[in-house]
Every structure is written in C-alpha cells, then in structure tokens.
Design a binder for this molecule. Structure first.
Ligand code: HEM
Ligand code: ISQ
Length: 147
C-alpha cells in the first residue's frame, strides 16, 4: 500500500509538535545521535569544538532542516509515491563529510525517539511508522545521490 493521507496528516501534526519546542527537541535529537555514535560529533562543524551538545542557532537550524525534509518526503510519497531530492548537492555534502550507511540508522532511531518525546500523548505506532517510511524514502534518495 502507498503512503496514505492519514500518514501524511500524522507526520504534519507531529512536525508542529516538534517545532513547538525546537531548542529542546533539537538538543535531544543530537544527544541521542552522539550517545549512539560518539565519533559523529567531529563531523558537525558547529559541534566539534564544544564540550557537549550546546544550544546554538546553527544546531537548531540543522535539526529543523532534517525534520522538515522528512516531512516534505511524506508529502511527496503521498502525492507521487517517490521522493525526489530538491537539493542535488545533498549527496556530495554527505560523502565529503564522511557519512556512511550505519549513520543513517543512528539518525533514524534518534529521529523516531525525538518524535516520540515531542508528540507526547499523541504518539502511536502508526505515527512512528509514518515517520519511519518517510525517512527511509528520503535516506534512499540521499544514498543514491552519494554513489
Ligand atoms: C549536512 C540533511 C543524514 C551528517 C546536511 C544538510 C542537510 C542534511 C540539509 C545541510 C546541507 C548544506 O549545508 O547545504 C540530512 C538528511 C538526512 C541526513 C535529510 C537523512 C535523511 C545524515 C547522516 C549524517 C549526516 C546520517 C551522519 C551522522 C551531516 C553533516 C553535515 C550534514 C556532518 C554537515 C554539517 C555542517 O555544516 O557541519 N544534512 N542529512 N547527515 N549532514 Fe546530513
Ligand atoms: C544530519 N544532517 C544534517 C544535520 C543533522 C542534524 C542533526 C542530526 C543529523 C543531521
């Protein structure tokens, strides 16, 4: 079955919850990534010289971009059944930064945990699966562009 209207609506409503506490949710997101992949800290220009995960406009902007692109992918999957990268440079940037396949799993797990925290009592397995499917579609498109 394709991506449904309901799945898109679930992603959109939890995206609003995510943005309601962008600073807190962004820090939570990075903290989980670095717990699972400590070495990834050195990949991010705005983290590599700080002691822990420190709040900054750049950190928030990057997290918002990632979640926003997943939301965008949900809309694309519902409308046309595939994800086309709007930004053709995303593949090259991730290759240049040294991002590998296992990193994509780490980011996915962190994203799903962050959505769970942000959506509170509105969270459901169905909601989580909608984010997962949208993320997987986007991750495949980026990985394809990395080859
Ligand atoms: C940069 C999105 C996966 C690490 C970026 C940028 C975007 C982005 C939009 C900014 C590009 C620019 O500056 O023009 C995404 C999305 C992902 C994903 C949507 C998954 C679906 C990953 C993974 C890693 C990663 C798995 C590895 C942990 C980075 C790094 C940068 C970057 C290190 C450069 C940040 C800097 O400016 O220092 N990504 N990314 N990304 N991404 Fe990702
Ligand atoms: C991946 N790419 C760009 C920015 C990011 C921010 C947080 C976690 C993963 C990311």
């Amino acid at each position: 079955m394709g991506f449904t209207d309901k799945q898109e609506a679930l992603v959109n409503s939890s995206w609003e919850s995510f943005k309601q506490n962008l600073p807190g949710n962004s820090i939570f997101f990075y903290t989980i990534i670095l717990e699972k992949a400590p070495a990834a800290k050195g990949l991010f220009s705005f983290l590599k010289d700080t002691a822990g995960v420190e709040d900054s406009p750049k950190l928030q902007a990057h997290a918002e971009q990632v979640f926003g692109l997943v939301r965008d992918s949900a809309a694309q999957l519902r409308a046309k059944g595939e994800v086309v990268l709007g930004n053709a440079t995303l593949g090259a940037i991730h290759v240049q930064k040294g991002v590998t396949d296992p990193h994509f799993v780490v980011v996915k797990e962190a994203l799903l945990q962050t959505i769970k925290k942000a959506s509170g009592s509105n969270w459901s397995v169905e909601l989580s699966t909608a984010w997962e499917v949208a993320y997987d579609g986007l991750a495949s498109a980026i990985k394809k562009a990395m080859n």
